[in-house]
Design a protein around this ligand. Structure first.
Ligand SMILES: Nc1ncnc2c1ncn2[C@@H]1O[C@H](COP(=O)(O)OP(=O)(O)OP(=O)(O)O)[C@@H](O)[C@H]1O
Ligand SMILES: [Mg+2]
Length: 257
């Protein structure tokens, strides 16, 4: 079943000195329930704009976004958004436990929210760090806290905008392994925006390729690598290298998908 559907989504931004600037042109694709979809495209092509429209944070100029068959006109309860900049998404005056609890305390009360937060922190490998403040943790650990907070709301869908781009290469592999593990256990629907070809291939079932601005859908690539995947060994498979060659070539305009 399709969980997230984009139908002929077009986005224009007002331009004070001329006609509106079109950044996305009739993009249509669907993400099935439980599917891991990556969106890959060159810098500035409109990836974040697309994700914000999927999250109901930004309205399309025309076309529509549906979640579980419903047209959305605001943030849907099924989805949570993980931002690129963990330094801006965590509350510095709250400790790690209370940052995670923040996602659910309005619903279930502070005490139960704290218990739920401890459970989520365990799932992202941060048991015992609840009393620390975000600024006492490394970047990768802070992003783990942001992921724990996203999961605390028990969303059906995770929307992630380059969630690992602000950490070093090794931490990035570590976080990719974490996301694979979480996705395998919970079978969430995931839409992950990235400009990293290897990350998209390692994680996703399918990859939606966008063109330069105004973004159109250049192609939909079936990854077809066996699961469970591992950020190290998966990168050594012939199919991985073949896809990497094909997608990098397309991003660099050498050939079409
Ligand atoms: N609120 C806005 N008003 C006007 N233009 C905007 C607005 N938001 C984004 N844009 C423009 O839309 C285009 C797409 O931006 P977007 O941030 O979605 O790209 P992106 O693919 O996420 O880029 P990056 O790879 O750098 O993260 C850019 O040219 C940007 O300048
Ligand atoms: Mg972006």
């Amino acid at each position: 079943m399709d969980f997230l559907e984009l139908e002929a989504v077009t986005k224009e931004f007002p331009n004070p000195s001329g006609p509106p600037a079109r950044v996305m042109d009739r993009v249509s694709f669907s993400v099935r329930e439980g599917e891991f979809m990556a969106v890959l495209g060159p810098s500035g092509c409109g990836k974040s704009t697309l994700l914000q429209m999927a999250a109901g944070l930004l309205p399309p100029t025309s076309g529509e976004v549906r979640i579980a068959g419903r047209r959305i006109d605001g943030p849907p309860p099924e989805a949570v958004y993980v931002f690129q900049q963990y330094t801006r998404s965590l509350l510095p005056w709250r400790n790690v436990r209370d940052n995670v609890a923040f996602a659910v305390e309005h619903r279930i009360g502070r005490r139960r929210a704290r218990d739920a937060a401890e459970t989520q922190l365990g799932q992202v490998g941060l048991s015992g760090f609840g009393d620390h403040f975000p600024w006492q943790l490394s970047g990768g650990m802070q992003q783990r806290v942001a992921i724990a907070r996203a999961l605390a709301a028990e969303p059906a869908m995770l929307l992630m905008d380059e969630p690992f781009s602000a950490v070093d290469a090794l931490t990035r592999l570590d976080l990719q392994a974490l996301i694979l593990d979480i996705w395998t256990r919970r079978r969430l629907t995931v839409l992950l925006v990235t400009h990293d070809v290897e990350e998209a291939i390692t994680l996703a079932d399918r990859i939606a390729m966008l063109t330069h601005r105004p973004a159109t859908l250049a192609g939909m690539v079936e990854v077809g690598l066996p699961r469970p995947r591992d950020p190290i060994t998966t990168r050594e498979l012939p199919r991985f290298l073949e896809l990497r060659h094909q997608l990098l070539g397309q991003l660099l305009h050498r050939h079409a998908v």
